[in-house]
Every structure is written in C-alpha cells, then in structure tokens.
Design a protein around this ligand. Sequence first.
Ligand code: Q9C
Ligand code: ZN
Length: 342
Amino acid sequence: MKTVYSPLHAGHAGQMELVTSAIVPGFEKPSRAEFIKARVESEKLGPIIAPVEHDLASAKRVHRADYIDFLPTVWPQWVESGFTGSAMPFTWPTRGLRGDVPPKRIDALLGYYSFDGGATFVEGTWTAIKSSFDVALTAAGLVKDGERSAFALCRPPGHHAGAGFMGGYCYINNAAVAAQWFRDQGAKRVSILDVDYHHGNGTQEIFYDRADVQVLNLHGDPMVEYPFFLGHSDERGAGAGEGFNINYPMPFGTGWDAWNASLEDACARLAAYAPDIVVVSLGVDTFEKDPISQFKLKSLDYPKIGRRIAKLGLPTLFVQEGGYAVEEIGINAVGVLTGFED
Ligand code: Q9C
Ligand code: ZN
C-alpha cells in the first residue's frame, strides 16, 4: 500500500487548545504524523510519496465557499489585529444568537466559524491544512487509478469539520472531500466508515440528507463524550438520506468484543449498500492508553480491524484522523494497514 505524506504538516506546531478548566498545549502535535511515518517505513508498508497540489474547488464541494476562503486569512488577520499566541475563539453563536451575520473582528469570526476551542491557529496552520487536503486527494487519486488501497497520512485531521465550521483539531474534512471527489469522478455510491474514538460530527452533517454517501460511525457515547452534541443512535439521516447515516455510540470502557460487534454490524450494512469505494476515517484513539479517550482496544486488535475491512473486498482509502498516544500511534495505525494487506 502506498502512503501519501507531506512534511508541511510540521508548521502546525506549538498551538494551544481550550479544554475543560484550562488552555493547554495541543494534543494534536507534529510527532503524531512522524511516528506514523516512521512505522510505515519500518514495517515496509510500501512507498511514501509526496502529494500533488489540488485546487480548493474540491474542498468547496462539501464546505461553504466563505468558510474555505476564511481559513488562509486567519493567521494574517490575527497578527494584523495585534494578537499573539494561538488564534482561538471565545464566543459562539448558539441558540438565540445571530448565526447568520459574520462579525468584522477576527477573534469573533473564529467563533462564527467553529463549534469549540479545539481548532486553533499558529503561523504554519493554513499551510498544514492545505497539505493535508492535498494528501487526501492525492491518495484518493491512487485508488481511482486502480490501486486496491492507499493511505492518506493526513495531519491535521478532518472528521469534526462540518460544511461551515472547524473544531476538534479539524479544519477541512479530508475524508468528506475525498468521498465527494470519488462521486465527482463517477463513483455511484461511497461509504465512509469512521472508526475514530470520537463521533465524526462534521462528516455526518455534510452527508446527512444524501443517499449517495453512506456514513457509519463507531464512537464514544455523546451523552458523556466529546463532541457531545451529535452522534446518537437515533440520528439516521434525513429526507433522501434517511437510513444512510448509522451511529454506534458505545460506553466508556468498551473493549474489543463489544467494539467488534459494532464493527461487524457496520460492515454488514456497508456490504448491503454495495458502494464502489470505502473511505475509512482511521482514528486510533480507541487505544487503551490514549490520553484523551476511554475505550480499551489493544495494539493486537488493530490488525483485526484491517483484516475485517479487507474482507469487504472493495477499493479502500484510509484517511488518518485522531490518535494521541504518540508512542503507539504508529504501531496501531499501521497495524490496521498491514492487517488489511494480510
Ligand atoms: N481533555 C480527533 O480525534 N477534546 N479530535 C479534547 C481533552 C477534543 C479529537 C479534550 C477532542 C478532539 C480528530
Ligand atoms: Zn478522535
């Protein structure tokens, strides 16, 4: 399997994030991608290739144009306004406020275009976002051109980003962009299988009323886990999309047996949908030692995930999402990929 990787992710470094009771150094740090790349090399997964630059028109197929146009302006506006440190929001247009009028100040615009204080900017953030988007579409191109699978080593991740907002370390929804790109290239149906610990709220929102992209999500129960405000099992899609969004919320402490039961059900529904392509939102924050998560998967479980996905017998694009146990993230992510190739 080929891996697509860009060193330009590394400029997205040193950013702070807002968590419960503090502003702390971001968990989503450059070493994550470097540990995964090192493991791709040591396991001899296959060649590592550089991305080709893609036009942002492909991002605007799933995101609002004004949102995509805003992202490269954040850091310059922040500096121009005399702010220092990480660019982050502090006010959000919730129920009862005007969510339709973008204010004129950058600190307020950050709230207008986000749902939390987890997607923050430093000088190199936009370049990293763009490189991650390019990585996803370059890897998608490999699958379109006939490879059985490809690995988009995306950083930053994407699945919390919706049509018009960022959050949860995510800015452009790389998996959603790739799925739409496959549709635009002629795929009739695409399935997105999101195995990240956190619910992929952005991906769900983007495709919620559509029947041509099936979205399956395995994640921590939003009653007690981030992103809290989406990901319940009664969210099944709307209108033409009714029945094509499937959520598997699971309790804290979920280990392999229960998690795998959800995966089996998801794979059965995916197979019944019979897509042309599978996009896997590959988060490995389900790991027992992940610092911000509450599932109990072990390193030996990850190759089993890959083997089950391979059994679907469909062209598969793996897109890196979360995973924060930095020492083991390479073992676990590449474990899925080598399992797929077994
Ligand atoms: N105490 C992804 O995995 N909340 N994003 C962290 C830490 C945000 C995770 C709280 C988690 C976002 C792509
Ligand atoms: Zn996650």
